[in-house]
Design a protein around this ligand. Structure first.
Ligand code: GLC
Length: 423
């Protein structure tokens, strides 16, 4: 499924970005009324505003202002609901455990859930989230109006359970004020190896006020699986990928504590001007603008040598939510009009196709038009396809991290990862 996800994301995005093709705008449905809201509201004085129904949105911490801005815009757009963002960890595996515990207990605490593409299918299969086909149809929304790979990731047994919160893909960010024009052109073309990248990181480290050559995600968590997907060129060369990643970890160009780096440590380094190269997701572009000490003018992006891992987050409705209509109304807003806010304020890749050709989005998010970004979209790869993804991912990250820390031999790590992939 994830292979299809990667390929369809690539095809759809390249088509949309390179041809400027816009899809039919969605019909904007009038705000739904929720009977429950009316009956639950206390009969206050005639002048008092009707009490709004609270919708709880369980979503990961956002390093950009975008998620809060989307919630605020929704709350200001109508009078029936107040969305409260339950701010969760942005460690994908830890967040899955947290939500899983709530879902397994049949809890109605969260109304709308944000889910990583690698575990949304599991939630649908387990019956934790509600199918949305009829809701989409009633509001004139079509699957084809949204990012294809994201929609595939939330489709189970021919039913649609999710809409995109934001699609993701791995990118190499680099300082174009430090890297030579020739090296920049090589990077943007994607025709380089991890050994070439390591040599460049070692060569440029220290220039332009930097202290590190390169930063990436090598901590023991899901981000390591994403990075290893890229180093192994989509799991086609497990041994080569491990060796190249260990060389990068051991190189003086990466920080001494790189084995504890997640996305947060990565962006903190890059946006503060401490590193020449950083592997991260599109949101880092938005962070340069919102929190950076460097400006977007000195940054370019490139595809990664073995391809760019597809990621992203999806929105779904807790099947046990007692506010199904409100949950849908908010989720629909985030996935349609809200995509402009996500892209303009957060640098996110829009999951609603018509936003890819929206003039405001294009003007505000220059990265979407950069050749290196488009080349990355053309070379997307997937994490392993598995019916038990979280077990596969745990086995891979444990073996890889043990090898990178010098606690496991290469052959043992390769064997453990190959066994996990075959499972
Ligand atoms: C990003 C991606 C997600 C991935 C995670 C790993 O949030 O969107 O798919 O699992 O990073 O850290």
């Amino acid at each position: 499924m994830k292979k299809i996800l990667g390929i369809s994301l690539m095809l759809m995005m390249v088509f949309a970005l390179l041809t400027g093709c816009a899809t039919t705008p969605a019909a904007t449905a009038p705000a739904a009324t929720e009977a429950a809201a009316a009956t639950e509201a206390p009969a206050a004085t005639a002048q008092a505003p009707a009490e709004r129904t609270v919708i709880k949105f369980a979503a990961q911490a956002d390093s950009t202002p975008a998620t809060q801005a989307v919630v605020d815009a929704y709350n200001a757009s109508q009078e029936l609901y107040t969305v409260e963002w339950v701010d969760m960890t942005n460690d994908s595996g830890a967040m899955r455990e947290q939500i899983l515990t709530s879902m397994q207990a049949g809890s109605s605490d969260y109304d709308v859930l944000s889910m990583d593409v690698v575990w949304a299918g599991e939630f649908a299969a387990a019956g934790y989230i509600a199918p949305i086909d009829q809701l989409m149809q009633a509001d004139g929304l079509k699957v084809s109006q949204f990012n294809a790979g994201s929609m595939t990731a939330g489709n189970y047994n021919a039913k649609q359970y999710t809409l995109p919160f934001f699609p993701d893909l791995g990118l190499l960010y680099f300082r174009k004020d430090i890297v030579s024009t020739e090296d920049a052109a090589t990077l943007v073309s994607g025709k380089y190896t991890y050994a070439d990248l390591q040599a460049m990181a070692e060569k440029y480290m220290g220039q332009g006020g930097t202290t590190d050559g390169i930063v990436f995600q090598a901590k023991l968590y899901e981000g390591l699986v994403c990075n290893l997907t890229e180093y192994t060129a989509g799991w086609t060369d497990v041994e080569g990928g491990l060796v190249a990643l260990k060389a990068m970890v051991d190189s003086s160009a990466s920080p001494a504590d790189i084995l504890n780096y997640s996305e947060g440590e990565t962006h903190n380094s890059f946006i503060k001007g401490a590193s020449v190269f950083a592997r991260n997701w599109p949101y880092q572009w938005g962070m340069i603008a919102s929190d950076g000490t460097i400006s977007q003018d000195v940054v370019d992006v490139a595809p990664l040598p073995g391809g760019s891992t597809v990621g992203g987050w999806l929105l779904g409705i807790n099947k046990n939510s007692v506010h199904q209509e409100g949950a849908w109304d908010f989720m629909k807003f985030v996935a349609t009009d809200g995509q402009k806010i996500m892209s303009v304020q957060g640098g996110y890749l829009p999951g609603y196709n018509q936003m890819l050709t929206d003039a405001d989005v294009i003007a505000a998010n220059a990265m979407l038009s950069m050749p290196g970004f488009q080349n990355a979209l053309a070379t997307t790869i997937s994490r392993p396809v598995s019916a038990h993804y979280s077990e596969t991912s745990d086995a891979i990250m444990n073996a890889a991290h043990a090898y990178l820390s010098g606690e496991m031999e290469l052959t043992a790590a390769v064997d453990a990862i190959k066994a996990a992939l075959a499972n």
